[in-house]
Design a protein around this ligand. Structure first.
Ligand SMILES: [Zn+2]
Length: 404
């Protein structure tokens, strides 16, 4: 076939015309959000230690880069509980809640895509991660950036004149410059679990840097609160099967088995660390662990876990989100002579966040009872009770659900 230059010019012109026409052809029709954008929003404002007040504020006009979200739900995190009880970050007055999700009901005209490049539309279900103080492109894609230490998090920002700064509310304003993900393909419970799950995706990524974690590794997970249980689930979705869970609560250990632990050890049944280490060894059929994840906030638990690990093994410490005090180890016996490779893990990268969406789908697909982590649901008006429930360590994951 022979195409002359004239034809080529025509083809190029046609293609260019089509390309130029595309933006307007693809422009979003202004969708009516069933006509009911409210004028006021309710928030649970932490006004003093141990007390939320329900307050009402007018919903301000949003800017061209902003998004108005109707909150559907939000997990209650250990961090929220610390703030509620002690305000270690001096945030009061503050609207807490950072593990939230909701539906877009209004968008500024510049908003087109989420942080992963997926289109955003009214009606989409979203989660936020951070508001960046630095270049989000660099932070999103720079693998050297170990965790998100340089942005503000909704739910951990002191009150200002917008007020809608946290997910313990019925509406939230997501400002331009925030990280936002379209997760419309996940159900509400899964979406609420994204943030805590991202912590474990990051921890396992950190563990993998040691080169010790393999498919056939014997892995001990110490602590079976939500973090330890999710850790087991992440390992299972990776194909790691030889997992022993350690905790002092029989119910949690039962749950750990359903989440994929092969065997469990209740530390209440063993006096002293040597007896406990023997029990862990027995649970692996006579072997010490190749790798350990420390998921409690107890310094004693940190000191103990070295005894469970074989020479040349690895350890990921992720239990100390906040300062829990000093731990005493014997550097000779615990670290040097055994040549243990130790990594710490804290928070997550944005990449981990995006990986978490697929982890949740995989966990559900292989039948792990991940959504059963949510044991208590409260309304906005019941926020004080929700935090008390978390502090009393009743159940596993306590969440706020907007029932309106
Ligand atoms: Zn959290």
């Amino acid at each position: 076939m022979n195409i002359n230059e004239n034809d080529i010019a025509k083809v190029v012109e046609a293609v260019l015309n089509e390309m130029n026409a595309k933006p307007s052809a693809c422009a979003k029709p202004a969708k009516a959000s069933n006509g009911s954008i409210p004028t006021k929003a309710k928030v649970a404002m932490l006004t003093k230690l141990g007390n939320f007040d329900i307050q009402e504020y007018p919903i301000p006009e949003i800017g061209d880069d902003d998004i108005l979200v109707k909150v559907e739900g939000c997990g209650v995190c250990g961090t929220d509980a610390h703030e509620f009880k002690n305000d270690p970050f001096s945030l009061i007055p503050v609207v807490l809640g950072h593990e939230g999700t909701g539906e877009i009901i209004k968008m500024g005209k510049n908003v087109k895509k989420d942080s992963a490049g997926k289109p955003l539309n009214i009606g989409d279900k979203v989660v936020t991660c951070m508001i960046f103080n630095d270049d989000p492109d660099i932070t999103m894609f720079d693998l050297n950036k170990q965790n998100v230490g340089s942005g503000d998090i909704y739910g951990l920002m002191p009150d200002d004149n917008i007020h809608l700064n946290g997910w313990f509310a019925d509406y939230m304003i997501i400002r331009g410059g925030s990280t936002i993900f379209n997760v419309s393909d996940l159900d509400l419970d899964s979406r609420i679990l994204i943030e805590p799950c991202a912590v474990l995706i990051h921890a396992v990524e950190r563990a993998k840097t040691t080169g010790i974690l393999r498919f056939n590794s014997r892995v001990v997970v110490q602590g079976c609160g939500p973090i330890g249980l999710i850790c087991i689930a992440v390992l299972r979705t990776m194909g790691i099967e030889n997992i022993v869970a350690v905790d002092g609560n029989e119910q949690r250990l039962e749950f750990a088995k359903r989440m994929g632990a092969d065997n469990t050890v209740n530390f209440m049944n063993h006096k002293g660390v040597d007896a406990l280490a023997d029990a862990v060894k027995d649970a692996f059929g006579g072997y010490a662990a190749d790798f350990a994840f420390q998921c409690t906030g107890s310094p004693v638990a940190h000191a103990n876990i070295y005894k469970f690990i074989r020479s040349g093994g690895g350890l990921c410490e992720l239990g100390f989100f906040i300062n829990g005090g000093d731990a005493t180890i014997n550097p000779h016996f615990d670290l040097c002579s055994k040549e243990i490779t130790l990594v710490g893990s804290w928070v997550y990268t944005l990449r981990d966040y995006a990986t978490t969406f697929d982890f949740l789908k995989r966990a559900i697909a292989i039948g792990l009872p991940i959504k059963e982590l949510i044991t208590h649901r409260f309304s906005l008006e019941e926020m004080n009770e929700a935090l008390e429930t978390n502090l009393a360590q009743k159940g596993l994951k306590v969440v706020y659900i907007n029932k309106d």
